[in-house]
Write a protein that binds this ligand. Structure first.
Ligand code: SME
Length: 157
């Protein structure tokens, strides 16, 4: 496969439609977890230019920072804490239009205004989360939820 990503302009849906098969291609035949999470983070960052995009992985009773693109971030988040820990605890995607209004939001980066966190679920267990931060308020909606859930479901464990 080619390591070049085709970046397109267009609606959010058009951007995801272009990106998803490319991500599938990047993951195809590659079993290494770190390599795959790194490439998914990079592909999303390249297409959407979000402030921060990456993974936290469940290790014991904490989420631990995994591959990501963007500014340095908190390394450990306890279950039920912040947006990521709440998404993990409830096994639900969370869209936070204004991070300042989310009780317990963990401010890893002062530039973050809105956030979406998608749990990565295998065999009924949350094994990690995909976290995306934007410097713009109210940046994420159910379209992001739908496509990011599809993308996370593609990642082989
Ligand atoms: N804001 C997140 C913490 C992770 S950073 O945004 C990368 C939270 O509240 O869980």
């Amino acid at each position: 496969m080619s390591e070049d990503l085709t970046i397109i302009a267009g609606s959010k849906t058009e951007q995801y439609e272009s990106l998803l098969p490319q991500i599938r291609g990047l993951l195809d035949g590659e079993p290494d977890l770190i390599a795959n999470l790194a490439n998914v983070s990079a592909a999303l960052k390249e297409q959407f230019k979000w402030l921060w995009v990456g993974f936290y992985l469940v290790k014991g009773n904490e989420l631990v920072l995994g591959p990501f693109q963007g500014p340095v971030a908190c390394t450990r988040i306890r279950k039920g804490r912040g947006v990521c820990g709440t998404s993990w605890e409830n096994a639900l995607t969370l869209i936070v239009p204004d991070v300042d209004k989310f009780p317990g939001h963990i401010a890893c980066n002062s530039g973050s205004r809105s956030e979406i966190v998608v749990p990565w679920i295998r065999h009924g267990e949350v094994i990690g989360v995909l976290d995306v931060d934007s410097e713009f308020a109210d940046h994420f909606d159910p379209t992001d939820q739908e496509w990011l859930q599809k993308i996370v479901a593609l990642i082989p464990v």
